[in-house]
Write a new protein. Sequence first.
Length: 295
Amino acid sequence: MNTPYRCGLVALVGRPNVGKSTLLNRLVGQKVSITSKKAQTTRHRVTGIHTTGNAQFVFVDTPGFQTRHAGTMNRAMNRRVRETLSDTDVVMMLVEAGRLTREDRQVIELLPGDRPLILVVNKIDQAKDRAALMAYLQEIAGVHVFTEIVPVSAKNAANLDELLKTLEKHLPENPPLFDADDVTDQTERQLAAELVREKVFRLCGEEIPYAVAVTIDKFEEVGKLRRIYATILVDRDSHKAIVIGKGGEKLKTISTQARQDMERAFDGKVYLEVWVKVKGGWADDVRMLKTLGID
């Protein structure tokens, strides 16, 4: 008897900076969502796709649910989280081993009760005391009724096979939605913008707030060469100076590292030009957010 093929949408939810994007990239096998130590780096639904002989997992990454700020952009991102939860087959919530914060509990309150809920306890590589970890797992199991609980380390790719087996059991019987070699439904243009934004976060650290956007002004393919022209939008002149750096060195490094990531992702040469522009209040401008796909 043939095993039925399974395919479905799996939402990744959790508080900011708990490791959702790192886990998504590990499960897919390459970078499809940006990662940074700065909270709230994911703004869009980012689909990552992992296909096996028996199943196709269509992962939908979400912004970390924002409870501390109430700006226009944060309200739009929180609305996106709720929409994602309402139209997926399985919900996978991430928490950090040994920690259960107020933000975690607020996300738990949003979880739907009518579909499988898989709790993924991430960063088990940082949990040195096994007895304390077991006590934590018992504690969190008492907070909410989860279908299954799976401890993993996204950073070290530990126990991810077990996580996939667990998820597969709960996917509906469906034919695949994507081709077997697809890893994301993002366009190259979208991915290019995200890769530039990631480098801003990684290289500018805490000096730059997360209200940074990147627009792709031109994306041309000339043979196997991609010519990409991007603009980094910041809120004020002081942020522009930080992104550019002394003698333009910081911007040069941002551009070089983003270009190298693009060449790996696109499997071809990239010519990249990056500019920095001040646009005050863009994160509260509804029209601007719609232009950027954040609505």
